[in-house]
Design a protein around this ligand. Structure first.
Ligand code: NAP
Ligand code: FE
Length: 368
């Protein structure tokens, strides 16, 4: 047996964990920049809890609330300049994956004066500032990953930077912030988390250790998605989803993502589909492809979800996800295939997909 397991993030999970653990932020310095989205952190109580915690510890702060969905390089550079000007000691990301990923890139720019191209080259002289992550969606697991995924206009797709310095130092996870998440975002993000655990489980870099977490996460998300009532989601179910998405993050921190994410990025970039939804509509087809090389692993995924076939998996995706009525032109199909084949993460699949495989996934997902 051989594996490496890396998780430097301190995970603190439970109701009121932000205010009850304000000392974790005190350890990081006297000035913080809060990085968040336009409005949800104000509405769900997370921003207030963080500012209360900072006030309790006498930490001064500024709020940079300009993070859009699928954050752009230009936005994180502006955030990084704000952090540098105020001489922030650490960064606090509050929100879904977009603000959390943005907080990591802001933390890089805070210590390194980089151009957009230099930032995306993933080379930096100084490590990023410490990041505290407060997730408010249950999907990306960004609170425990070393990845920051940004929208890169010159490449016309999404690309990631990564590094040990991008693991948040602390993740403060309170499922109450997710209570008012609308059903579509709840479903999309849960499916993103499921895609992390499935991709990480099947990828070449999977280990016995990450597999254990992946199966637990797949089983929880499968169970919740099958039984959930979208009009009445309990706090227990919210906690399960937040926990399982964090496990999915730990899985991809070890084993990375694969073809689902590689093909999902152009669907988001060109067709504006939310990240989890983009993954969800191609996941059944991706499972069919992955089953060619790793039938046993796909079987274990289905078993963990208490499903009998990949078709049944597809039916569950259709049941929970918003309807997508999308047909790609021939030209778009070719572009999507090219972008997918250029993505680094396809190399993590047990068998590297070829042009014909991606094409088959698009056809099988009813996108042609
Ligand atoms: P998101 O883009 O962060 O947020 C989606 C929407 O949900 C926004 O409108 C946001 O509003 C709203 N929202 C967030 N929390 C809410 C809450 N508690 N209640 C009500 N509304 C809420 O969505 P996401 O799916 O979590 O993140 C997707 C991003 O993460 C993508 O860029 C993806 O590439 C990335 N990702 C990263 C990793 C990683 O390892 N780092 C892995 C997978 C995906 P506001 O704008 O007002 O906040
Ligand atoms: Fe993802």
């Amino acid at each position: 047996m051989q594996f490496t397991f890396r998780l430097p993030t301190k995970i603190i999970f439970g109701q009121d964990c932000v205010v009850n653990n304000s000392k974790e932020m005190f350890k990081l310095g006297a000035k913080a920049l809060i990085v968040t989205g336009g409005s949800s952190s104000k509405r769900n109580g997370s921003l207030k809890d963080v500012t209360d915690a900072l006030n309790n510890e006498g930490i001064s702060f500024k709020v940079f609330n300009e993070i859009e969905q699928n954050p752009s390089v230009a936005t994180v550079i502006r955030g990084g300049e704000t952090a540098r000007e105020m001489k922030a000691d650490f960064i606090i990301g509050i929100g879904g994956g977009s603000p959390l990923d943005a907080a990591k890139a802001v933390a890089v720019i805070a210590t390194n004066n980089l151009s957009p191209q230099e930032l995306m080259s993933n080379k930096r002289d100084k490590p990023a500032l410490p990041v505290v992550a407060v997730p408010t969606t249950s999907g990306t697991g960004s609170e425990v990953t070393p990845y920051s995924i940004l929208t890169v206009d010159w490449a016309e797709t999404k690309m990631s930077i990564s590094g040990d310095d991008l693991f948040p130092v602390v993740a403060l996870m309170d499922a109450r912030y997710t209570l008012e998440l609308p059903w579509d975002i709840t479903a999309n993000t849960a499916v993103d988390a499921l895609s992390h655990s499935i991709e990480g489980f099947i990828n070449k870099k999977a280990t016995v250790f990450s597999d254990m977490l992946a199966i637990e996460s797949i089983a929880i998300i499968g169970q919740v998605l099958k039984n959930i009532n979208p009009d009445n989601i309990t706090l227990d179910e919210r906690e399960e989803l937040l926990y399982a998405s964090m496990l999915g993050g730990v899985v991809i921190a070890q084993a990375r993502t694969g073809v689902v994410h590689a093909l999902g990025y152009p669907l988001t970039y060109y067709k504006d589909l939310p990240h989890g939804l983009a993954n969800g509509i191609i996941m059944k087809a991706a499972m069919e492809f992955l089953a060619e090389e790793s039938p046993e692993k796909v079987e274990v995924v289905l078993e963990a979800m208490d499903l009998t076939s990949i078709d049944e998996f597809g039916e569950l995706m259709i049941k929970v996800l918003p309807k997508v009525d999308l047909k790609l032109t021939q030209q778009e199909q070719q572009l999507f295939i090219t972008k997918t084949l250029q993505a680094g993460n396809i190399a993590n699949c047990p068998k590297k997909p070829l042009e014909k495989d991606i094409n088959r996934m698009l056809v099988s997902s009813n996108l042609t």
